[in-house]
Write a protein that binds this ligand. Structure first.
Ligand code: ADP
Ligand code: ZN
Length: 612
C-alpha cells in the first residue's frame, strides 16, 4: 500500500474508533513503525498518548496484540474504554473465576479479540503458556516497562520474567515484535530496559517532556487548609489530588475538607486494602472531588480529568514531583500544579534523610532534596530545572510557570549578602544557616552566648530583617554556588572564590521580593494553554456532565470512559444537533455516536430550543 493510502487508513481508523481527528506529536511515526513490525521503545510523558501507539496497530492487521500491564485497575480502565469504542478487547487476570478465564482464553484462540491484557505473572504461568502457544500473537506491548528495572522506582519482580519471552516457548516468539512503553526512565533505566527485553534494533522514541497545559506555581505555605479551601472555592468544578507527606496528614486534611463541605477521601498505605480501593474508586468515578494522598497513590490511576495536583508538603525529589504533577491534565486541558513551599519543610525532610543507614543513599537523598529546593527558589522560568533533571534542555520562557507569567520583582540585597558572608567568616565557617542567622539577628540563645558570638562585630547587624529573609538569601547564594556547604548533615557554611567579589563590592546581588512570600496566588490567572473554545455555556456543560455521570453509573464505569471533559466542552460550544455535527466532536467515534448521540443531543436541543 502507498504511504498516503496507509496514512489515510490510519487517520480513518483513528476517527472511527477513537474519535480523534489528528495524531498527537510522534504518534503517527510510532504507529507506522509498530505496524511495520519493528521493535519500538516509547518514552513519552504521562498523557502523551502512549496507549494509542499499540491500540491502533492492533486494529490494522491480523492477529492479537498482547498487552502486559502491571496493575489490574489499569487493565480494567483501558479495556472499559476500548469496549466503549467498539473495540474487541478483554483482560485475563486473577480476578476472574476459572470458568470465565477459560472461556475468554478459548475465544481469544478463536481470534475474537484484537487486544488481550495480561498481568506479567500470568504470561509465564501454566495457563498463560497454554494460551500463548495457541494464540496468533501479532505483537507484545509492554506498558510501564520501567517496572522491569531494579534501578527505577517501581521495580516489579514479575516483570523480570518478560526478559525470557523471546527465548522461551521454543522460540515461537523469537520474531514477534515488542513495543515497550514508559513515562519515566532515567538514562540508566532506559539502557536496562533495552537490554533486559532483548529488543532488536529498536526504533526509540523520546517524547517532549514539557507539558504545556500544566500551570506550575509555587505558593508560600501559611495556613494550608485556608489556602486549599480558597483554591477549591475559586474552582468549584475542579477535581484533584493533594499530596501530603504523612498518613496522618492525609487523614487530617481529608477530614477537615469534608467538614468544610468538600467531598474528600484519604489514601495511603496504612489504610485497609478495601478502604483504599473504595476511596480510589470514589475519586476516579467522580463521587469524591479530592483525594488526599501520600505518594502511594498514583500508579494505575489514569483519570484524565484531574484538574489540579497540590503538594501540601515538600516532595523528596524532582523526579517524584514531575511524576506526581504529571497526573494532572492528561486530557490536554489546562490544569494547575501548586506547590506549597515552606523553608521549614526542608528540615523535616532532612530529619527523615538522617534516618537512612546507608551513606551513599543519604548523600543521594540530600542531592535530590537540594534539586527540589533549587527548583523552589528559581527566580526565572522553572522548566529548565524540571526538564533538565531528565536530560531535556529547555531555553526558558515556557509561559506556563509562575515566574514566566508574573516575573518576580527584584530587590538589591548586595549589602545583606555582605553581612551574611561576614557573619560566616566571623563565626569561623563552622556553623550552619540557623546559627549564622541567629548571630546576625542578635539572638540571646544560650548556644550563641556560649560561643561568645554576641561579642562579634556582626552580632545583631541583621536584626532589621526577618529570619525568613536571611534564609531565603542564604538558600539563593548556596544555590548559585556563592556559599559552599559541607556534605554532611551539619551543612556548615563556608566561603568560595565567588564570595570574594561580593565582599569587594564587585558583584551585585538581587533577590525576588520575598519570592515566596509576596505571591498570594489567588488572583494569578492561569496562563496554561486553553482549548480555544472561548467561554462556554456552563449551565449546559453542567447538564451534560450530569447526563454523563448518570450513563456511567448505569454501566459501572468512570464518567471519563463515556466522554472526556474535552468532548463535553466541545459539545457545549458547538451545540451539535445532528449525527454529522456530533461526530465532529473530538472523542466521538462511530460506536459512541450510536450509543450516546441521541441522549446528549437531546439535552442540547432541550437547552437550546431556539436553535434546534
Ligand atoms: P499515556 O498512556 O501516555 O499517559 P494515554 O494513552 O492515556 O496517555 O492518553 C492520554 C489522553 O489523551 C487520553 O484521554 C486519550 O484519549 C487522549 N489522546 C490520545 N491520543 C489522542 C489524539 N491523537 N487526539 C486526541 N486525544 C488523544
Ligand atoms: Zn516558565
Amino acid at each position: 500500500m502507498s504511504q498516503t493510502g496507509q496514512d489515510d487508513r490510519l487517520a480513518a481508523t483513528l476517527k472511527q474508533y477513537f474519535g480523534h481527528d489528528t495524531f498527537r506529536p510522534m504518534q503517527r511515526e510510532i504507529i507506522e513503525a509498530v505496524c511495520d513490525g519493528r521493535d519500538s521503545f516509547v518514552i513519552m510523558p504521562t498523557g502523551g498518548g502512549k496507549s494509542l501507539c499499540y491500540q491502533l496497530p492492533a486494529l490494522m492487521g491480523e492477529g492479537t496484540t498482547v498487552v502486559i500491564s502491571p496493575l489490574i485497575a489499569l487493565m480494567q480502565d483501558q479495556v472499559a474504554q476500548l469496549q466503549q469504542n467498539g473495540i474487541r478487547a478483554t483482560l485475563i487476570n486473577s480476578t476472574l473465576g476459572r470458568d470465565e478465564a477459560f472461556d475468554r482464553e478459548r475465544r481469544a484462540i478463536q481470534g475474537e479479540y484484537d487486544l488481550i491484557y495480561l498481568a506479567p505473572e500470568r504470561l509465564m504461568s501454566t495457563s498463560g503458556s497454554r494460551l500463548l502457544r495457541q494464540l496468533d500473537v501479532a505483537r507484545f506491548a509492554i506498558d510501564e516497562c520501567h517496572c522491569i528495572s531494579e534501578w527505577g522506582h517501581d521495580f516489579r519482580p514479575e516483570y523480570r520474567m518478560l526478559g525470557q519471552l523471546r527465548d522461551q516457548f521454543a522460540g515461537r516468539f523469537s520474531d514477534t515484535p515488542i513495543v515497550a512503553l514508559t513515562a519515566t526512565a532515567t538514562p540508566r533505566v532506559r539502557e536496562d530496559i533495552l537490554a533486559q527485553l532483548h529488543l532488536r534494533d529498536p526504533a526509540v522514541y523520546l517524547g517532549d517532556f514539557e507539558r504545556s497545559n500544566l500551570n506550575y506555581e509555587l505558593r508560600p505555605k501559611k495556613d494550608m487548609l485556608r489556602q486549599v479551601g480558597a483554591y477549591l472555592k475559586a474552582n468549584p468544578l475542579h477535581e484533584g489530588i493533594i499530596y501530603c507527606q504523612s498518613r496522618r496528614k492525609c487523614e487530617e486534611m481529608a477530614e477537615k475538607l469534608q467538614a468544610s463541605g468538600v467531598s474528600a477521601v484519604p489514601y495511603h498505605a496504612g489504610l485497609d486494602a478495601s478502604v483504599r480501593e473504595q476511596n480510589q474508586h470514589d475519586f476516579i468515578y467522580g463521587d469524591k472531588r479530592v483525594v488526599c494522598a501520600t505518594i502511594a497513590f498514583g500508579m494505575g490511576v489514569d483519570k484524565p480529568d484531574v484538574r489540579f495536583v497540590i503538594h501540601a508538603d515538600m516532595p523528596r525529589s524532582l523526579e517524584g514531583y514531575y511524576q506526581e504533577t504529571g497526573r494532572a491534565g492528561r486530557d490536554g486541558l489546562p490544569a494547575d500544579c501548586i506547590f506549597f513551599y515552606s523553608g521549614g519543610d526542608r528540615g523535616k525532610v532532612e530529619h527523615f534523610i538522617e534516618q537512612k543507614e546507608d551513606e551513599e543513599e543519604r548523600k543521594h537523598a540530600y542531592w535530590q532534596l537540594q534539586q527540589v529546593v533549587s527548583f523552589a527558589h528559581a527566580t526565572g522560568c522553572r522548566m529548565p530545572l524540571l526538564l533538565g533533571y531528565f536530560g531535556q534542555e529547555h531555553t526558558g520562557s515556557c509561559g506556563h510557570c509562575d515566574n514566566c507569567s508574573a516575573p518576580p520583582k527584584l530587590l538589591d540585597v548586595t549589602v545583606h549578602a555582605q553581612k551574611l558572608l561576614s557573619a560566616i567568616i566571623r563565626t569561623g565557617q563552622r556553623f550552619g544557616v540557623g546559627h549564622v542567622i541567629k548571630v546576625l539577628r542578635g539572638s540571646k540563645e544560650q548556644r550563641v552566648l556560649d560561643y561568645g558570638h554576641d561579642q562579634l562585630s556582626v552580632y545583631g547587624i541583621g536584626a532589621d530583617q526577618p529570619d525568613g529573609h536571611w534564609r531565603q538569601l542564604a538558600e539563593q547564594l548556596i544555590h548559585d554556588g556563592t556559599i559552599g556547604t559541607s556534605a554532611d548533615q551539619f551543612r556548615t557554611l563556608h566561603l568560595t572564590p565567588e564570595s570574594k567579589d561580593i565582599l569587594k563590592g564587585d558583584r551585585e546581588i538581587t533577590m525576588p521580593i520575598s519570592t515566596i512570600a509576596a505571591q498570594s496566588g489567588s488572583s494569578r490567572r492561569s496562563t496554561a494553554q486553553d482549548d480555544d473554545l472561548g467561554p462556554i455555556d456552563s449551565e449546559l456543560f453542567e447538564k451534560l456532565r450530569a447526563l454523563r455521570k448518570q450513563l456511567a453509573d448505569e454501566q459501572g464505569v468512570p464518567p471519563y470512559v463515556v466522554f472526556g471533559d474535552k468532548s463535553l466542552r466541545q459539545m457545549a460550544a458547538s451545540l451539535p444537533m445532528d449525527d454529522e455535527g456530533f461526530l465532529a466532536v473530538s472523542g466521538v467515534g462511530q460506536t459512541k455516536l450510536d450509543k450516546y448521540g441521541p441522549a446528549f443531543m437531546g439535552v442540547i436541543r432541550e437547552h437550546e430550543p431556539a436553535n434546534s
